[in-house]
Structure formats: C-alpha cells, structure tokens
Design a protein around this ligand. Structure first.
Ligand code: SF4
Length: 329
C-alpha cells in the first residue's frame, strides 16, 4: 500500500483486571488510505471497538495501550500530549457511536451541540456563522426542516434523525477519518439503508476515509472496499472485500459468511460451533482451534502467523503456510 493516512502497527491494548490480564487488542496492524472505506468485522468482544477506542484515546481504566504505534497523517498519536490529541479528535478524526442517545446531551438542543463542536475547532468563527454552517450540515444529512430541528432536544427526534445529527456533528469539521462504530445497529432496516447511503455519499463527496466497525458483513459488502476480520484480539484475515467475498481464506471468516441469513435458502442457518473464548483463558496455539473444523495437531500447539494467501490477501491460518494457499475452506 502507499502512504497510509492511518497506520496502526502491532497495537497492544491490555486491561489489567483483578482476575488477570485481558489482551483485548493483541498485536493488531491496520492501514487506511485517504478516502478509503475499510471494514473491521468480528463478533462482540473480538477487540474491534477497543482498537477504535485506543485510536481515539478514549480507553478507560483499567485499560491501557501498552505497545505498538498509531500514526495518523504522519503524526504518532501515542507520543502526543493529551491536549494535542484532543485537538485532533473531533477535528481531523471523528467518531459515530452505535446509540446516539448516549452521546448527545439530553438537556441541550441538537443544533447548539453541533455548533459548539464546530466552534471548539474553529476559534475565529462567529456564533451566527457557526449556526448557519450547522443548518447547512443538517440539510446535507437529510434532516427535514433543518432550522426548526436546530432548536429541538434529542428526545424530540426519532432514532434515525438522532443518528443524522451525530453524522452532522462528526462531519461538520470535515475530518480526514471517520470512525463509525456499529452506526446502524440500533436502527430499523429501512433507516439503516438510508443512513448507510448518506454516509457513502458524504464519504465520496468529501473524500473522507471511513473505518466501519461492524458485526454485519452485509454492511461491509455495501460500504467498504477493504476488510479486516478480527477474532479474540487479533486480525485473522484481511484483503479487499471483493477478493475475500470471492475466495474466503480463514475458516472463521468462512463461518461468519455462512452465518448470514439467506431468505431464499431453505437450508438451516449455519452457526459457528462453540463459543468465543474468554479473553482471560485463551486456548493454546491458534485461538480459533476449538471451533475450527479444519484444525490439525499443529493448531493446538503453535500460534499461526499471518500468511499471504494471494497478493494483498492475508490469513492467520496454517492452511496457508508455504504454498498451501490452495487449501481454502
Ligand atoms: Fe483452523 Fe488451524 Fe487455521 Fe486455526 S490455524 S484457523 S485451527 S486450520
């Protein structure tokens, strides 16, 4: 890849709990180019949101980034002061969360909240200029009757409109990177489609790079060009969406794909056997081995590294060790 806008290299984030160390992010490397839309996929607890929180500097105790590097636009975020990092967040990097109600202040009008976010990063702007810009942004994200909605409180808006307000807030400073953590999970399917369409249009118009965190492969297929699949704190497979959907490599990704409901199929829905392991008691060897139908003796002893299954397509699986790339699940 060329010069990445975001380069996460061998990131380690650990929670120091009373019961032991939880390595929530265990050597994760991710690259995102300017204007690119990249999906981070996996089941709950696989480390995808913790990767984003580490990047945003939003980890809470007892969590701590204890290794690796996060370079954004040539700057090492982990070496920055908290103040400099705060300046960057919300301005050059912004984030949309799953449930807007928890991110919006219930006692301040939505317009004022977005205006304050804008003023925070644009000191020379007057309040009336900022208000005008926010109303334009509300119109851009499809909020009907934007000047009236500007003066309303979060509880007066539907879930879909609240998420549009969050998108307006995230995009109002024209960030280079938008992190969207399950942005449509709390919405109805019809609203989900509208919000994804809106995000895609904004991303294309403004050239914003997007990190889309989701458990939903359908969202990835619609929205992303590249994909990282995470399991138990590690990236298991990465490559272009087109290549992975055509030639899936890792047995875990294969299981995720086969678990997507198909309304036309009469076959019983597939589910990956077993459970996601406790992060306090990970299995020896490949952490997917207790659930993997292709596991071999070696998988229970050694931890697989990342192998290049085909150009630009990587899998953390012994099936792809040295010329065995033809052994796809
Ligand atoms: Fe399955 Fe072994 Fe590959 Fe792990 S390394 S995914 S257990 S085949």
């Amino acid at each position: 890849m060329g010069d990445a806008l975001l380069q996460i290299e061998d990131l380690h984030t650990t929670f120091y709990t009373r019961d032991g160390l939880v390595r929530a992010v265990d050597g994760v490397s991710i690259e995102i180019e300017a204007g690119e839309s990249v999906g981070i996929v996996g089941e709950s607890g696989c480390g995808k949101s913790m990767t984003a929180m580490s990047l945003m500097g939003l980890l809470k105790k007892p969590g701590k980034v204890d290794g690796g590097s996060i370079v954004f636009d040539g700057q090492e975020l982990l070496a920055m002061t908290a103040k400099d990092r705060r300046k960057l967040m919300g301005n050059r990097i912004s984030m949309i969360f799953q449930e807007p109600m928890t991110s919006l202040n219930p006692v301040i009008t939505v317009g004022r909240q977005v205006r304050e976010a804008l003023l925070l990063h644009n000191k020379g702007m007057s309040r009336s200029q900022a208000k005008e810009r926010v109303i334009q942004m509300f119109q851009l994200v499809g909020i009907p009757d934007a000047p009236k909605r500007y003066g309303e409180y979060p509880h007066q808006l539907s879930g879909g409109l609240r998420q549009r307000v969050m998108i307006a807030m995230a995009m109002v400073c024209d960030p280079g990177l938008l992190i969207a953590d399950e942005p449509t999970t709390a919405l109805d399917v019809t609203i989900e489609a509208q919000i994804l369409r809106l995000m895609k249009d904004l991303q294309e118009d403004k050239g914003t790079a997007v990190m889309m965190i989701t458990h939903n492969l359908g969202v990835v297929a619609q929205f992303c060009t590249r994909l990282y699949v995470m399991y138990a704190g590690k990236v298991m497979e990465s490559g272009t969406v087109r290549e992975i959907f055509k030639h899936v490599c890792h047995p875990y990704t294969d299981g995720l794909m086969r678990s997507v409901p198909d309304m036309k199929s009469k076959e019983r829905l597939y589910n990956i056997r077993g459970m996601v392991p406790s992060m306090l008691h990970l299995p020896k060897g490949c952490r997917f081995c207790p659930r993997c139908q292709y596991s071999m003796a070696r998988c229970f002893e050694e931890e697989p590294q990342i192998y290049e299954a085909s150009p630009g397509h990587f899998a953390r699986c012994f099936l792809f060790d040295q010329g065995k790339g033809e052994k796809r699940p």
